[in-house]
Design a protein around this ligand. Structure first.
Ligand code: NAD
Length: 507
């Protein structure tokens, strides 16, 4: 198996600006409420760790219900003034946020790696540019909000006067943005950018394992001119801070990304005052390799579809279906690719895969692998922890599985690929759709006919052909079935943060 190159990284080798940020914000002074940085009212904090080494990198403020109350109140007070800011000014601020992220991209990439574990290159060249794209895209959308005029048939013309009818879009109000730990910065940007473009105010709750990049982003947003109270940040545990926010009576909408189980809890909490809810939840996405696929792009493409970010990607291609005629060649090819992946501390330049986010999560992934073994599955490669410290899981390819096994059906959220053979297109479409999730899928084929037929028949929010995990600010992302409600990113995301108002006027 692949052993980590190194699970530690001397913190004194961090950039000076990263160390300055940690000194500023990772000592329990990380709540942003009404434009002021402050400690939790009760003074509580919790540790944040570097997952590769297990070493503590800071103490994060642990917000309780009183802090959440103060943050929601600030967002409520700021709403009218932010709504009144003309679209071009909202756009200017969002564009400035993008410029500041770009100017600080190396620092942000370091912070994200230190907190989440991902290789520096993934943040630096893919995810943080993705966050920049969100702010630039929604800067444009801020100036493209439109209602319509309607030729209604209302036959009411008192004293010969006329009826006019039109619609306008208005911000939903105060938004609670609750995000997970796998790709913190870009997933946060996917909530903040469209909400601010629409004229909403926000309270952001980052994941407890990865609060740091949200705090640095918030600093940059204040610098960009986001007014006091328009963006508030409360850090803390999901069951405490998150639950207080999701159930708060003055929150108008919850924009949630996370697990399907937590999504259900959030939905329950939203019932109290009928909050608007969008839910970006889990997935178990199929990657389907047809017999005519170009294996020179398919084998590395399908391997990256699962091993990128140590498999902690909601849209990861975690279920591999390969036509029987090329099954062994493809699966062996992916296993060889997996064996060649260099594990290590994300801040080391040669690292291709970092640890999973926490010890608890590593144990969860191991639990899936143990149960798969006991049900008769074989690990073609991987299947074990790597290294002494940290939370490294070797890239794993699982074979000898049946469709009803847990490892085939449940989201593992780790570097674990489950491979199965198929014979007929109809059979693989049925297998791909035999899931409670419907987030994404990829089809690898040179046949136009297969590409069209399968992209139409597969039940998922996104289907990629000869690629996987491609995303862009212009493209909506989200799922059907238990993968959630609504879409983030793309023009569709703006709608999440806007209400319709109809006006009928006798003039
Ligand atoms: P999680 O559901 O445990 O936590 C997500 C967020 O919810 C965290 O900030 C957490 O503190 C908070 N939370 C927890 N309990 C809460 C409660 N009772 N009330 C309010 N908030 C609460 O998810 P995770 O483990 O951080 O993230 C991994 C999951 O996210 C995976 O299932 C993955 O598929 C999913 N995900 C989905 C998408 C998508 O676009 N569909 C994108 C990324 C991740």
């Amino acid at each position: 198996m692949t052993l980590p190159l190194s699970s530690t990284f001397p913190l004194e080798n961090l950039r000076p600006e990263t160390r300055a940020f940690l000194a500023r914000r990772a000592r329990g002074h990380g709540l942003l409420i009404d434009g002021a940085w402050q400690a939790a009212a009760g003074g509580a904090t919790f540790p944040t760790l570097d997952p590769a080494s297990g070493l503590e990198t800071g103490q994060i403020a642990r917000a309780d219900a009183a802090d959440v109350d103060a943050a929601v109140d600030a967002a409520t007070r700021a709403l009218a003034a932010w709504k009144a800011v003309v679209p071009v000014e909202r756009a200017r601020i969002l564009w400035k946020v993008a410029d500041l992220i770009e100017a600080h991209i190396d620092e942000l990439a370091e912070i994200e790696t230190l907190d989440q574990g991902k290789p520096l290159s993934l943040g630096r060249w893919a995810e943080i540019p993705g966050a920049i794209g969100q702010f630039r895209f929604f800067a444009g959308q801020a100036m493209a909000i439109e209602g319509s005029t309607l030729e209604s048939s209302i036959n009411y013309q008192p004293q010969g006067r006329q009826m006019r009818t039109w619609t306008v879009r208005e911000p939903v109000g105060v938004v609670a943005a609750i995000v997970p730990w796998n790709s913190p910065l870009v997933l946060t940007a996917m909530k903040l950018a469209p909400a601010l473009a629409a004229g909403c105010t926000l309270v952001l709750k980052p994941a407890e394992d990865t609060s740091l990049s949200a705090l640095r982003l918030a600093e940059l947003m204040v610098e960009a001119g986001v007014p006091a109270g328009v963006l508030n940040v409360v850090t803390g545990y999901g069951r405490e801070t998150g639950a207080a926010l999701a159930g708060h009576p003055k929150v108008d909408k919850i924009a949630f990304t996370g697990s399907t189980a937590t999504g259900r809890a959030v939905l329950d909490a939203a019932k109290s005052n009928f909050k608007r809810v969008t839910l970006e939840l889990g997935g178990k996405s199929p990657a389907i390799i047809m017999p005519d696929a170009d294996l020179s792009i398919t084998i590395p493409g399908a391997a990256n579809a699962i091993f990128m970010n140590a498999g902690q990607v909601c849209i990861a291609g975690s279920r591999l279906y390969v036509h029987r005629s090329i099954h062994d060649e493809v699966v062996e090819g992916i296993a060889a690719y997996a064996r060649g992946i260099r594990l290590g501390h994300g801040l080391a330049a040669e690292t291709q895969m970092g640890p999973v986010v926490s010890r608890i999560h590593a144990e969860r992934v191991e639990g899936f692998l143990e149960r798969a073994r006991s049900e008769g599955a074989t690990m073609l490669t991987g299947g074990e922890r790597g290294g002494e410290a940290g939370t490294f899981i070797a890239p794993t390819v699982v074979v000898d599985v049946r469709p009803d096994m847990e490892i085939v059906r449940e989201e593992v959220f780790g570097p674990v690929l489950v491979a199965q053979a198929f014979d007929e297109p109809e059979e693989v479409i049925a297998a791909a759709n035999d899931s409670e999730y419907g987030l994404a899928a990829s089809v690898w084929t040179e046949s136009l006919s297969h590409a069209h037929r399968m992209s139409s028949d597969i039940k998922a929010g996104t289907v990629w052909i000869n690629c996987h995990s491609m995303f862009d600010a212009s493209l909506a992302i989200g799922g059907i079935k238990q993968s959630g409600w609504g879409r983030d990113s793309g023009r569709q995301a703006l709608d999440n943060y806007l209400e319709w108002k109809t006006v009928c006027a006798v003039v």
